[in-house]
Design a protein around this ligand. Sequence first.
Ligand code: CP
Length: 324
Amino acid sequence: MAIRLEVTPKITTNFKSRHILSLDQFTPVSLRKLFETTDRIIKLLKRKSPLEILKRSVITLLFFEPSTRTFGSFSSAIKRLGGQTIDLLDPEKTTSFVKGESLKDTMQVLGTYSDIIIIRHPEKGFVQKAAAVSPVPVISGGEGAGEHPTQALYDTFTLYQKFGKLSHLKGLVLGDALYSRSIHSFIKALSLFPKDVIYLFSPPGLEISYDFERKLHGKIKLVRITRENEIPEDCNFWYTNRIQKERFKSRSVYEKALKDFPVITPELLAKKGNRDMIILDPLPRVGNIDIRVDSDPRSLYLTKQLENGVYIRMALVSLILGKI
Ligand code: CP
């Protein structure tokens, strides 16, 4: 049966039947609720018996862009909870979109077959359009150079696990802050908390846009830097993301930006890092972290951060379906 869903109002502690499209919907209270639920899920996973929280639930994964982590971790999360998935990869070639079926009809059909639809798409605004005509909740799995909300949910959970707070943190964000949807959602998430400072170190032309910064209304202090020497030595975290090659219109602009791209190396860590910091990357890593950094205990991008992607997504779908 079709139900009406509001698209963007803020979430407090009630996630039931809500779309997840942007960090703009979140508050410190909603993040706390999600993190507490994630901790509960982590405890439940330690029991021997299989979880049946999503027994009889079916979730569609509608992915118009390639994905390893978002597709894989949502799929893993749903199956670990006893649910099932409908996997629609590359739908412009593999579904009746090819025959000209409208988005509205597609959402109606998939909403009849499943309880949530998770969408990744290259166009900013597409997931919101899909949500507006969907009879069931829609979760953004990342869209274009816009946002990747569920990525930020587990990135901030990983920070919270380490520091026990999301306020009064100092961090370095390296890389493609213009096109990285993960960086956008991460900064928005931290802007919900007081007294965080982020140093932004991007190649020329890939700095965060002033329009994006203006919309943060000064809720977080952003410091743009252009040289390694300007990196403060007392950061709580370094967060990097690859150059978003697929978003460039000009090959020469891409190549120039790539040449100037900051890379995390053991040498840079020795010069500007500290013992208590952590290193995060939503991945994939494409030259932006030297592989010698992987074995450093401060590197969480191939361990804790990845695991948390499954746990946070388990909690999120359970809350949206009102099962926990
Ligand atoms: N972090 C992330 O979104 O990775 P994928 O593109 O592999 O899903």
